[in-house]
Design a protein around this ligand. Structure first.
Ligand code: S3P
Length: 181
Protein backbone atom coordinates (compact mmCIF):
# COMPACT_ATOMS: atom_id res chain seq x y z
CA UNK A 1 0.00 0.00 0.00
CA UNK A 2 1.09 3.55 -0.67
CA UNK A 3 2.58 5.31 2.32
CA UNK A 4 0.32 7.92 3.85
CA UNK A 5 1.80 11.25 2.78
CA UNK A 6 0.64 14.22 0.81
CA UNK A 7 3.38 15.56 -1.43
CA UNK A 8 2.98 19.08 -2.76
CA UNK A 9 4.78 19.91 -5.96
CA UNK A 10 4.73 22.98 -8.18
CA UNK A 11 6.75 25.87 -9.44
CA UNK A 12 8.41 28.26 -6.97
CA UNK A 13 5.91 30.65 -5.43
CA UNK A 14 2.80 28.53 -6.02
CA UNK A 15 2.05 28.43 -2.27
CA UNK A 16 3.34 24.96 -1.31
CA UNK A 17 4.42 25.99 2.20
CA UNK A 18 1.27 27.94 3.03
CA UNK A 19 -1.03 25.20 1.77
CA UNK A 20 1.17 22.51 3.30
CA UNK A 21 0.83 23.95 6.79
CA UNK A 22 -2.95 24.25 6.46
CA UNK A 23 -3.28 20.74 5.09
CA UNK A 24 -1.18 19.25 7.86
CA UNK A 25 -3.45 20.94 10.39
CA UNK A 26 -6.57 19.57 8.72
CA UNK A 27 -5.21 16.04 8.51
CA UNK A 28 -3.54 16.11 11.92
CA UNK A 29 -0.28 15.14 10.22
CA UNK A 30 3.19 16.65 10.37
CA UNK A 31 4.23 19.44 8.04
CA UNK A 32 7.66 19.03 6.47
CA UNK A 33 9.48 21.36 4.11
CA UNK A 34 12.31 19.67 2.23
CA UNK A 35 14.29 22.90 1.68
CA UNK A 36 14.00 23.84 5.35
CA UNK A 37 15.12 20.34 6.35
CA UNK A 38 18.16 20.58 4.07
CA UNK A 39 19.08 24.00 5.49
CA UNK A 40 18.70 22.75 9.02
CA UNK A 41 20.78 19.63 8.48
CA UNK A 42 23.50 21.32 6.45
CA UNK A 43 23.59 24.44 8.61
CA UNK A 44 23.54 26.71 5.54
CA UNK A 45 20.91 28.56 3.53
CA UNK A 46 19.82 27.27 0.10
CA UNK A 47 21.71 30.07 -1.74
CA UNK A 48 24.86 29.27 0.27
CA UNK A 49 24.42 25.60 -0.52
CA UNK A 50 24.16 26.33 -4.26
CA UNK A 51 27.41 28.30 -3.89
CA UNK A 52 29.07 25.52 -1.96
CA UNK A 53 27.95 22.40 -3.85
CA UNK A 54 26.41 23.74 -7.06
CA UNK A 55 22.89 22.87 -8.19
CA UNK A 56 23.91 19.22 -8.73
CA UNK A 57 25.07 18.89 -5.12
CA UNK A 58 21.83 20.45 -3.90
CA UNK A 59 19.78 18.01 -6.01
CA UNK A 60 21.53 15.02 -4.43
CA UNK A 61 20.74 16.25 -0.94
CA UNK A 62 17.19 17.01 -2.04
CA UNK A 63 16.59 13.41 -3.16
CA UNK A 64 18.10 12.01 0.00
CA UNK A 65 16.05 14.26 2.31
CA UNK A 66 12.82 13.67 0.38
CA UNK A 67 13.16 9.89 0.61
CA UNK A 68 13.79 10.15 4.32
CA UNK A 69 10.81 12.42 5.01
CA UNK A 70 8.46 10.23 2.93
CA UNK A 71 9.57 7.16 4.85
CA UNK A 72 8.28 8.72 8.08
CA UNK A 73 4.66 8.62 6.84
CA UNK A 74 1.74 10.93 7.70
CA UNK A 75 3.71 13.90 6.44
CA UNK A 76 2.48 16.80 4.35
CA UNK A 77 5.56 17.64 2.36
CA UNK A 78 6.28 20.92 0.61
CA UNK A 79 8.94 20.07 -1.96
CA UNK A 80 11.26 22.44 -3.79
CA UNK A 81 10.05 23.43 -7.26
CA UNK A 82 12.82 21.44 -8.96
CA UNK A 83 12.38 18.22 -6.98
CA UNK A 84 10.28 16.79 -9.80
CA UNK A 85 13.08 17.03 -12.35
CA UNK A 86 14.64 13.70 -11.38
CA UNK A 87 12.76 10.63 -12.58
CA UNK A 88 13.80 8.85 -9.41
CA UNK A 89 12.10 11.49 -7.26
CA UNK A 90 8.92 11.40 -9.35
CA UNK A 91 8.66 7.64 -9.00
CA UNK A 92 9.34 7.77 -5.27
CA UNK A 93 6.69 10.47 -4.79
CA UNK A 94 4.00 8.47 -6.61
CA UNK A 95 4.96 5.37 -4.65
CA UNK A 96 4.87 7.10 -1.30
CA UNK A 97 1.83 9.29 -1.21
CA UNK A 98 -0.79 11.43 -2.85
CA UNK A 99 0.99 13.86 -5.16
CA UNK A 100 -0.60 17.27 -5.68
CA UNK A 101 0.44 19.97 -8.14
CA UNK A 102 -0.26 23.58 -7.21
CA UNK A 103 -0.54 25.80 -10.26
CA UNK A 104 -0.49 29.59 -10.37
CA UNK A 105 -0.24 32.17 -13.12
CA UNK A 106 3.11 33.65 -14.04
CA UNK A 107 1.91 37.03 -12.77
CA UNK A 108 0.94 35.60 -9.37
CA UNK A 109 4.27 33.78 -9.11
CA UNK A 110 6.29 36.88 -9.97
CA UNK A 111 4.34 38.93 -7.43
CA UNK A 112 4.95 36.31 -4.73
CA UNK A 113 8.67 35.84 -5.25
CA UNK A 114 9.69 39.38 -6.12
CA UNK A 115 12.27 40.83 -3.74
CA UNK A 116 13.11 37.34 -2.47
CA UNK A 117 16.82 36.59 -2.32
CA UNK A 118 16.40 33.02 -1.10
CA UNK A 119 15.91 31.45 -4.53
CA UNK A 120 19.20 31.22 -6.42
CA UNK A 121 17.57 30.22 -9.72
CA UNK A 122 15.57 33.47 -9.80
CA UNK A 123 18.37 35.94 -9.28
CA UNK A 124 18.86 38.50 -12.07
CA UNK A 125 15.99 39.55 -14.30
CA UNK A 126 13.05 38.01 -12.46
CA UNK A 127 10.53 38.07 -15.27
CA UNK A 128 13.02 36.55 -17.68
CA UNK A 129 14.10 33.84 -15.22
CA UNK A 130 10.51 32.85 -14.38
CA UNK A 131 9.48 32.83 -18.04
CA UNK A 132 12.39 30.59 -19.08
CA UNK A 133 12.08 28.19 -16.18
CA UNK A 134 8.29 27.91 -16.54
CA UNK A 135 8.77 27.13 -20.22
CA UNK A 136 11.44 24.51 -19.47
CA UNK A 137 9.23 22.92 -16.85
CA UNK A 138 5.96 23.19 -18.75
CA UNK A 139 5.07 19.52 -18.27
CA UNK A 140 7.24 18.73 -15.26
CA UNK A 141 4.33 18.79 -12.81
CA UNK A 142 1.82 16.87 -14.95
CA UNK A 143 2.45 13.48 -13.35
CA UNK A 144 0.60 14.31 -10.10
CA UNK A 145 -2.44 12.43 -8.79
CA UNK A 146 -4.28 15.74 -8.52
CA UNK A 147 -3.67 19.16 -10.08
CA UNK A 148 -5.21 22.32 -8.71
CA UNK A 149 -5.20 25.78 -10.22
CA UNK A 150 -4.99 28.09 -7.22
CA UNK A 151 -6.03 31.22 -9.12
CA UNK A 152 -8.78 33.05 -7.24
CA UNK A 153 -8.94 30.47 -4.45
CA UNK A 154 -8.32 31.09 -0.76
CA UNK A 155 -5.72 28.89 0.96
CA UNK A 156 -8.37 27.23 3.15
CA UNK A 157 -10.42 26.39 0.11
CA UNK A 158 -7.39 24.90 -1.65
CA UNK A 159 -6.58 22.76 1.39
CA UNK A 160 -10.21 21.57 1.60
CA UNK A 161 -10.24 20.59 -2.07
CA UNK A 162 -7.05 18.61 -1.69
CA UNK A 163 -8.43 16.70 1.29
CA UNK A 164 -11.56 15.94 -0.73
CA UNK A 165 -9.56 14.78 -3.77
CA UNK A 166 -7.44 12.52 -1.60
CA UNK A 167 -10.51 10.94 -0.01
CA UNK A 168 -12.05 10.38 -3.41
CA UNK A 169 -8.87 8.79 -4.74
CA UNK A 170 -8.73 6.61 -1.65
CA UNK A 171 -12.33 5.45 -2.16
CA UNK A 172 -11.69 4.70 -5.82
CA UNK A 173 -8.58 2.74 -4.98
CA UNK A 174 -10.50 0.79 -2.36
CA UNK A 175 -13.33 0.00 -4.79
CA UNK A 176 -10.95 -1.21 -7.47
CA UNK A 177 -9.05 -3.33 -4.93
CA UNK A 178 -12.34 -4.93 -3.88
CA UNK A 179 -13.35 -5.55 -7.49
CA UNK A 180 -10.09 -7.28 -8.29
CA UNK A 181 -10.37 -9.67 -5.36
C1 S3P B 1 14.00 25.41 -6.69
C2 S3P B 1 12.98 25.75 -5.85
C3 S3P B 1 13.20 26.19 -4.46
C4 S3P B 1 14.49 25.55 -3.92
C5 S3P B 1 15.64 25.85 -4.82
C6 S3P B 1 15.43 25.34 -6.25
C7 S3P B 1 13.68 25.04 -8.09
O1 S3P B 1 12.09 25.80 -3.64
O2 S3P B 1 14.33 24.17 -3.76
O3 S3P B 1 15.85 27.24 -4.80
O4 S3P B 1 14.55 24.45 -8.78
O5 S3P B 1 12.53 25.30 -8.51
P1 S3P B 1 10.63 26.52 -3.69
O6 S3P B 1 9.86 25.89 -4.80
O7 S3P B 1 10.05 26.23 -2.36
O8 S3P B 1 10.89 27.97 -3.90
Amino acid sequence: MKKDNVILIGFMGTGKSTIGRLLAERLGWTYADSDARIEQEQGVTIPALFERDGEAGFRELETEVLLRIMAEGRQVIATGGGAVLAERNRRAMLDNGFVVTLQASKEAIIARVSGDTGRPLLQGNLEERVTTLMENRKHAYDFADFIIDTTGLQPDDIAARIVQAREQAFRQQHASDEASQ
